[in-house]
Design a protein around this ligand. Structure first.
Ligand SMILES: [Zn+2]
Length: 558
């Protein structure tokens, strides 16, 4: 169990003045994505109880709580400190640049704000800012440890995964690979990662003509920065001295990654729909089928899509195809009602915006929340140079609102997209690279197709088939968007408690719907009974993985 120490009163006061305070909600969301059981402790409730929980301090503690936390470390507890001046731990830090790269184990990750740590301190340096100053340091204190994370992970995670507000066209890179300055407001106009510093180039040199299909491999966002940052946090939490922390495996049945295919019905013509139905049937993949207003399919196609087991969804059109295809809550509501009628009242819970249209920052998520849309899939590339992880993540996540709405998580899952129409948008080399990164990050590979491209290009069908085979051989199963939302909800609702016995044995109790749930446990522990287990590599570490068969699991040293 992780105890998150936060200062709700100070955060709310700042929000009241219009300032965002991400620390508490972003930390809770990061741990939920990782599957780490956590509770939140507010500074107003006084010093936290003196128990064995590892503590994640996200807001600056008052004097009494600081003393209690340092005492916790001295008695053998683990502290991880991030998101505020860590001076109270004894490290004299100075503010870091508003935006800079951090070298973490040879990989350069983008950070938004935080603190540079002293160069002459004791302890182990795990990461350095670009100017060589320490960025992550662990020290021992008494019998315990304190890890100080200089980069403001909470601001960093929100900025990377949600981008900047979209109020005008983005500024494209000079190499021609990403013409986002097209007069249309879209999610990739708000990308916070750097076009020049955060993309991967596979060998081909500029210029990069933006043509379909590309004749060379264009630069792409090859590293899921936000996912890597969460892994760094997980490593520090698990390495802090305390009781073993069970981690809920990311996907059903302990699968290492998940896969998702969505289909946008752009031309709304029956032949392309049937070509897509055939391609998905041949692959045995249930997809999320986003229906574009104002429609055009015959009723038989809508019925066939639902009958084939695909998830009916909305492809919200604010691209002025007809006068009522505009940006606004009423239009979204009306188009959702239209799509629901087309599928004879079947419930629609997923949306993707046509052309990845976007405006503002959190407004669209709030519209989805009001309408009961559980998943939005609009965050992804609309240009070839933005393929991969333009929002730094392949993990479904709950976006946070701006200060005006309390910086709270929206009850909508953002399911990021890596590319549209394989072959037409990227070379096989780029496809394989982003699939490999999503597998390394144990996230969701989300591929989007349009019927007319599946219909007219054998190469799109072949690249899709190759990707399906690659994902299945890696152990990833295909899920619809609604199924991913169900899984996420169940996984986040699990309540897990750990008790240690004097003989070193550990008992884990799980409360909730455990169907398909697997736990990732320290590799030196194995089930005491006959429960099957395996050793797996997840998030760059070794774990004992057990698919739960009961409510309690007793573990002993291997
Ligand atoms: Zn579309």
């Amino acid at each position: 169990m992780i105890r998150i120490i936060t200062d709700v009163k100070a955060a709310d006061a700042a929000r009241g003045e219009g300032r965002d305070v991400w620390s508490g909600p972003a930390a809770a969301e990061a741990l939920a994505i990782l599957g780490v059981p956590a509770t939140v402790h507010d500074l107003a409730d006084g010093p936290p109880p003196a128990d064995e929980a590892t503590v994640l301090v996200v807001d600056e503690p008052d004097e009494g709580t600081a003393a209690a936390l340092l005492g916790h470390a001295e008695r053998g507890g683990g502290l991880v400190v991030c998101g505020h001046d860590p001076g109270w731990t004894g490290l004299a830090a100075s503010p870091a640049p508003a935006e800079a790269l951090v070298d973490v184990g040879g990989q350069r990750l983008r950070a938004f704000g935080g603190w540079a740590l002293p160069a002459t301190g004791t302890g182990a340096v795990h990461a350095r800012w670009a100017d060589e100053r320490p960025a992550i340091v662990t020290t021992t204190r008494g019998r315990g440890t304190i890890a100080v994370v200089g980069p403001d992970l909470w601001h960093t995670l929100v900025r990377i995964t949600q981008g900047h507000p979209v109020e005008r066209d983005g500024t494209p890179p000079a190499d021609g690979s990403a013409p986002v300055d097209d007069g249309l407001l879209k999610t990739d106009d708000g990308i916070a990662l750097s076009w020049t510093e955060d993309r991967t180039t596979l060998g081909d040199a500029p210029p990069y003509p933006h043509e379909y299909p590309p004749t060379r491999s264009l630069p792409f966002f090859g590293t899921a920065h936000a996912d890597r940052w969460r892994e760094v946090l997980l490593g520090l939490l698990l390495d802090a001295r305390a009781t073993p922390i069970p981690v809920v495996a990311p996907w059903p049945d302990g699968a290492p990654a998940a896969a998702h295919v969505s289909h946008d019905s752009d031309m709304n013509d029956d032949p392309s729909a049937r070509a897509a139905l055939d391609a998905f049937a041949a692959a045995g993949v249930p997809v999320t089928w986003c229906f574009l207003y104002p429609g055009g399919y015959s009723q038989a196609v809508y019925d066939e899509v639902v009958a084939a087991g695909h998830e009916p969804a909305l492809h919200y059109n604010a691209m002025l195809d007809t006068p009522d295809c505009t940006w606004g809550f009423d239009r979204l509501r009306d188009q959702l009602a239209w799509a629901t009628r087309q599928v004879r009242g079947a419930r629609i819970v997923t949306n993707k915006n046509h052309f990845t249209r976007w405006e503002g920052w959190d407004e669209f998520y709030l519209w989805c929340e009001r309408l009961g849309l559980r998943v939005d899939q609009s965050h992804g590339p609309s240009v070839q140079g933005a393929i991969g992880f333009p929002f730094g993540t392949c993990h479904p996540h709950h976006p946070l609102t701006a200060a005006a709405h309390g910086n709270r998580p929206v009850d909508v899952l953002d399911l990021p997209l890596q590319t549209q129409d394989l072959w037409l948008t990227c070379t096989d080399e780029v496809r394989d690279a982003f699939i490999d990164e999503a597998l390394r990050r144990h996230g969701v590979v989300h591929l989007l197709f349009h019927g007319q491209h599946l219909q007219h290009h054998a190469e799109v069908r072949a690249s899709f088939a190759a990707a399906v085979q690659r994902l299945r051989s890696a152990g990833a199963a295909f899920h619809t968007s609604a199924a991913l939302a169900d899984w996420s909800q169940r996984r986040r609702a699990l309540r897990i408690t750990t008790t240690t016995a004097g003989d070193g044995g550990v008992t884990i109790t799980v409360d909730g719907d455990r169907d398909g749930v697997a736990l990732l446990l320290p590799p030196h522990l194995v089930p005491a009974g006959a429960e099957p287990y395996e050793h797996v590599e997840r998030y760059g570490r070794r774990f004992t993985q057990v698919v739960l068969a009961g409510w309690t699991l007793r573990l002993v040293a291997a």
